[in-house]
Each structure stands twice: as structure tokens, then as C-alpha cells.
Design a protein around this ligand. Structure first.
Ligand SMILES: *Cc1c(COP(=O)(O)O)cnc(C)c1O
Length: 394
């Protein structure tokens, strides 16, 4: 694998094997259930060819999925392979189920994406896995929470609504000292701005739905694993029958080719807006990993090479109704879940209800913004008018 290429080159070239693309540039959609064999003898060889990138059966993929998986693997220098899933949540489930068994203990970050949290308290609890939630800023202190049956530590950097950046190397060091596996949800930075496997993390999860698909028109997930964890990850996904459709894989592959340039624009626009928001009197705090005021900012500076388009801000006092007027009147921001597309979104978020290990304390209600590819001046004017509505209502 050519680890010497720069990221922008990798996203445009990775996975484009001539035997998969044919004479066209990007791998086309290969739809398949049955794969035909030449003869009985050839069929008998089939199970032996159940390796990545070989024809076997539709559920093991076609060149469309192989190209995407190979491209994602190539973005992480330490990776052994990538499994694809029909959504980011399916990828979280696939990663967790590949490392956990009944009786195991899991350490889960308190700032995690809510469906990841509820997977622990629901599905995994029912399957006999016990979860302890921990402070996202715990760092090396995680060692004190590791029990004899602790099997894995789940991280997410930065936190989904509140953007604390975890000290990944400190947590990995504590985990390795006790033989504990580590997982991270790397959806926010993607492997372009953060390569967790290079810091010793075993499995890296990305909701491709966000920046990789990048156009709010498809859902997909991926887990990229190192050599120690990839065989079990692959085996678990195959046993559960989890895979990504070739059409959605193609959308993700198409998005991936332009992701570097899109992410750089999301980064620049979001940072400009985050800095502007910091100066507005209605705003108490801006939670953006690249701003020094963000908890864990020093970890971001040390470990990440960029920031993406998603961040939150805390309003100065104000009620639920004032926040709603701010958001409802925005012209350029849609109101809806998900993010990572070309369009801006604004969402009211209430972190306190998703916390158990720590207490969320803030000066007022919180708004999460996804900054899209619109002109920054238009977005700022829109937000300024929103803050005026907020002031009038407060
Ligand atoms: C959206 C998201 C997911 C889940 O992805 P889906 O494709 O929506 O299932 C997982 N983790 C994070 C951090 C997310 O934002």
C-alpha cells in the first residue's frame, strides 16, 4: 500500500484498480446476488476465494464495495482492512459486537453519539455486557476504571454535541497496559484529518453518511481495523449478514473523490463563523475543537490535522422559545438530523439528557451548526438576524 502519497492524492486514486473500473474512471455500480462459476470444480474453489476483493456471492460484495473499502483502508496507514455497513449505527454495532461477548465490561465515553449510548444501555445490556460511562476529559485517569473483565474502551473525538476532544494517546496507553481493545468514532474528522490507528487505536468507525457521501442523499458506515482486530470484525459482519448495497457504496465512492476539497471548505467556513460567533454578545461560548476555549483543544492541536464543519454554541441565558425563534427563522440553515452534506443545518441540542458520568452545565440553551458550502457572508448575516430574534424574545 502506497503510504507515501498525500491525502488529497489518496482520495482521488485509492481503490481504482483497473480490473474493477474497466476503462472508466470511477468504479461503476456492480449489482449482484448470484456470482456464476465456470464449473463445479470452479464452484468448489469458491469458499476458498472468500478473501477481500474476490468474487463469491453478492453479500461478500462486488468491485463497487471492494473499491470503497480499499480506498478507506488506504486512508489509514496502519489499517489491515475495512468493513462496510448500511449506516453509521450499523458500523458502531458491528465494531462493538466483534470485540465483546457476554460477561464483558465496556467503557463508553459520556459525550458519545446518542444511538451509541443507547446501544450500550439497551442491546448490549440485554446481551450481558455491562457498560460504565466515563468523562470525555478523563485522559490517563481511565486506568482507574479498567476492571478485570473490561474488554474494550469506546472513544469519540470530539464529542457529538459538546465537542470535548479526548486524549486518545493517553487512553490507548492505559488500554494497552491492560490488554484492552480500543474503538473510536471518527466521523467528525474522518481519516483525512485524524488517523486513530496510527495512534494505536484498534478500530476506527466512520459514519460515511456524513462527509464521505457528503450530499445528504445516502447512508453508509465503515469500520477500519488493524491486523489484530480485522479478522473478527470481518467474521462478525459476515455472520450478521451486514453489508452495504452497491448503489450506496457507489454514492460514497463518488463523494470520497471530492471529500478533501469539500472538507477544507467546511473547515474554513466553520472556523470563520465560529470565531465570529465568539464575538457576539448573545453567545456565551462556542464549542469548536480548533478554538482554544474548547475543552481538550490541546489534544486536537497535537493529534488532528484539521477541523470539519460541525460545532455548537451556547447562548447567553434565554429560554427554549427564544432558541426556537432563532432557529425557525433561519433562511440558509435547514432543521434536521445528520450533517456532512453540502448544505447548512441548525439543530437545538440538549446535552444534559445524554449524560450520566458527568454533569452538563451551561449558561443557556445550545445550538449545533453544520456549516455547509454556502457563502460565509450569507450565513453570518442569517445568524446575526437569528441572534436579533433571540434577543427580542429573551
Ligand atoms: C450520524 C452519526 C453516526 C451514525 O451514522 P448513521 O449513518 O446516521 O447511522 C455515528 N456517529 C456519529 C458521531 C454520527 O454523527
Amino acid at each position: 500500500m502506497s503510504t507515501d502519497k498525500k491525502p488529497a492524492t489518496r482520495v482521488t486514486t485509492a481503490g481504482r484498480r483497473p480490473e474493477w473500473t474497466g476503462p472508466v474512471v470511477n468504479t461503476p455500480v456492480w449489482r449482484a446476488s448470484t456470482i456464476l462459476y465456470d464449473s463445479v470444480a470452479d464452484l468448489r474453489q469458491g469458499p476458498k476465494s472468500n478473501a477481500d476483493g474476490h468474487w463469491f456471492y453478492g453479500r461478500r460484495g462486488t468491485p463497487t464495495q471492494w473499491a470503497l473499502a480499499e480506498a478507506l483502508t488506504e486512508l489509514e496507514p496502519e489499517a489491515a482492512g475495512t468493513m462496510l455497513y448500511p449506516s453509521g449505527v450499523a458500523a458502531v454495532a458491528g465494531a462493538l459486537m466483534s470485540v465483546l461477548k457476554p460477561g464483558d465490561h465496556l467503557l463508553m465515553v459520556d459525550s458519545a453519539y446518542d444511538p451509541s449510548r443507547s446501544m450500550c444501555t439497551g442491546l448490549l445490556a440485554d446481551w450481558g455486557v455491562e457498560t460504565t460511562f466515563y468523562d470525555p476529559l478523563i485522559g490517563a485517569g481511565i486506568a482507574a476504571l479498567i476492571q478485570p473483565n473490561t474488554r474494550t474502551i469506546f472513544m469519540e473525538a470530539p464529542g457529538s454535541l459538546t465537542f470535548e476532544v479526548q486524549d486518545v494517546p493517553a487512553i490507548v496507553a492505559a488500554a494497552k497496559a491492560r490488554g484492552v481493545t480500543t474503538l473510536i468514532d471518527n466521523t467528525w474528522a474522518t481519516s483525512l484529518f485524524f488517523q486513530p490507528l496510527s495512534l494505536g487505536v484498534d478500530l476506527s468507525i466512520v459514519a460515511l453518511t456524513k462527509y464521505v457521501v457528503g450530499h445528504s442523499d445516502g447512508m453508509a458506515g465503515a469500520v477500519t481495523a488493524n491486523a489484530a482486530t480485522y479478522p473478527a470484525l470481518r467474521d462478525t459482519a459476515q455472520r450478521l449478514g451486514q453489508y452495504l448495497s452497491p448503489d450506496d457504496a457507489w454514492l460514497a465512492l463518488r463523494g470520497l473523490r471530492t471529500m478533501e476539497v469539500r472538507l477544507r471548505q467546511h473547515q474554513a467556513s466553520a472556523l470563520e463563523i465560529a470565531r465570529w460567533l465568539e464575538d457576539q454578545p448573545e453567545v456565551a461560548r462556542v464549542l469548536h475543537p480548533a478554538l482554544p476555549s474548547c475543552p481538550g483543544h490541546e489534544n486536537w492541536t497535537r493529534d488532528f490535522t484539521g477541523s470539519s464543519g460541525l460545532f455548537s454554541f451556547i447562548l447567553n441565558g434565554g429560554k427554549e422559545a427564544a432558541r426556537a425563534t432563532l432557529i425557525d427563522g433561519l433562511e440558509h440553515f435547514g432543521i434536521g438530523y445528520s450533517w456532512g452534506g453540502f448544505e447548512s443545518l441548525a439543530l437545538p441540542v440538549d446535552p444534559a439528557q445524554y449524560r450520566t458520568a458527568t454533569r452538563w452545565q451551561a449558561e443557556g440553551p445550545v445550538v449545533r451548526l453544520q456549516i455547509g458550502l454556502e457563502d460565509v457572508a450569507d450565513l453570518i448575516a442569517d445568524l446575526r438576524a437569528g441572534l436579533d430574534r433571540f434577543s427580542l424574545c429573551s
